[in-house]
Design a protein around this ligand. Structure first.
Ligand SMILES: *[C@@H]1O[C@H](CO)[C@@H](O)[C@H](O)[C@H]1NC(C)=O
Length: 327
């Protein structure tokens, strides 16, 4: 048995000894949860409209869907050496009192994640934790490609959020981080920093690849208190306003299986969409709590490596709506 499965089982045994290892698989969560997932996916689709360098706030504002116009303000567009290596925007929701940080997925192809540098490197958060008792996960391993991009993005994003949160007007605004695909990986790394800074963000990573080692996944679940969020959503009709780290994936999308090695694993509480074709209704969107993929089969790997396959591209970009097209 490989190390990855072992760690998962060990974690499960540990949980059994404390409470019980709950298997969660339900569509009976609060409708507000589903609405938030769909809404955040809309913000991710808007991120694909970031077309050129420079501050194109006004352009992007026009791309917000009609139901997200009134009371929503694109505050800042950020990018890193061109939109392909990492970009996104910060928006303010004055109705709901939220600061939204949305990372753009740079590519809709599965191949992209093979080109990217998947070399495991030591991880260290960039922010100094507000709570000095938080261990900085000295044995965490992350993915060099995502981490390198994030380190460069950090200065363009995190200080802006800090400054906003210092302003009286926004002091009570909740912090929300989201992104699709590569954007999902970056949203996880940004979410960790914001959690360490004490903002208790809601992080929703959509169709995201794995970003760190199993030990890092466990550490992420510790700092976000994933177990208690799972209980709240699955058993206490909780919604997403309390923050936490969530992922969405679906049948047939290979990107969440990547990198296809036990060196990497996912943390977070997971929503799973059954059908590939739209519409993706609440009854198709299962909350499964903590979830690890079993190892990726050789056949599946071959399939993934076959390269550009329109079918796979299609699956990666269907999450409640087409997610890779700027409308
Ligand atoms: C959750 O339940 C659905 C419907 O019964 C099923 O299709 C799916 O495979 C289950 N998922 C898990 C992870 O058990």
């Amino acid at each position: 048995m490989d190390g990855f499965i072992w760690i998962f089982l060990l974690k499960c045994l540990l949980v059994i000894s404390i409470s019980q290892c709950k298997v969660v698989n339900t569509t009976e969560y609060s409708p507000a949860v589903y609405d938030t997932l769909v809404e955040l996916t809309k913000f991710c689709s808007v991120a694909t409209c970031i077309k050129y360098s420079g501050d194109n706030k006004a352009e992007l504002q026009k791309k917000l869907p009609p139901d997200l116009q009134e009371g929503y303000e694109i505050y800042k567009v950020f990018e890193l050496n061109g939109i392909k290596s990492g970009s996104g925007y910060i928006a303010l929701d004055h109705n709901g009192g939220r600061i939204l940080i949305v990372f753009r997925g740079s590519s809709s192809t599965v191949d992209y994640f093979y080109d990217l540098n998947a070399i495991p490197v030591p991880y260290k958060p960039l922010a100094t934790p507000k709570d000095s008792s938080i261990d900085e996960c000295s044995s965490c391993i992350t993915h060099q490609g995502f981490y390198t991009s994030f380190i460069q993005l950090y200065e363009k994003v995190i200080p802006v959020v800090k400054d906003l949160k210092k302003m009286k007007k926004f002091i009570n605004y909740k912090v929300v981080v989201t992104g699709h695909s590569l954007g999902g990986a970056l949203s996880t790394l940004a979410g960790i920093e914001l959690q360490l800074l004490g903002y208790e963000p809601l992080v929703v990573a959509i169709a995201a690849p794995k970003i760190g080692s199993p030990i890092m996944a466990q550490w992420i679940d510790q700092i976000f208190q994933t177990e208690s969020h799972i209980d709240s959503i699955a058993f206490a009709n909780g919604d997403l306003s309390e923050g936490g780290y969530y992922r969405i994936d679906h049948e047939g999308d290979y990107v969440p299986l990547l990198p296809p090695t036990a060196i990497y694993a996912h943390g977070g509480a997971r929503f799973y969409i059954g059908p590939i074709e739209l519409p993706h209704l609440k009854e198709n969107t299962f909350f499964t709590g903590s979830y690890q993929y079993t190892s990726v089969s050789e056949q599946l790997l071959k399939d993934i490596r076959k390269g550009e396959n329109p079918q796979k591209r299609h699956q990666h970009t269907r999450y409640f709506m087409p997610t890779s097209r700027c409308k």
